[in-house]
Design a protein. Structure first.
Length: 76
């Protein structure tokens, strides 16, 4: 996983996380909508589950890359 994430520069992951996390820009972002549905227990349609995964993947990848980077910097 670390080798896979090493291929993505931080700026690209940051841009991807912001763009997909906030899309669509005119209405309530899908990520917020899907998280609210998940908390309410109404996230049952396969399309909604896929939408949640699609919009959250860059954020998860950015988080994991940051953890690996910080771990490498501390020498652990």
């Amino acid at each position: 996983m670390k080798k896979f994430l090493d291929n993505f520069p931080f700026p690209i992951l940051i841009v991807m996380a912001v763009l997909l996390g906030m899309a669509p820009f005119g209405a309530e972002p899908h990520l917020i909508e899907k998280i609210n549905m998940l908390m309410a227990g109404t996230l049952v349609k396969p399309l909604d589950i896929f939408d949640l995964l699609m919009h959250s993947t860059p954020i998860i990848l950015l988080f994991l890359k940051s953890l690996f980077y910080l771990k490498d910097q501390t020498g652990s």
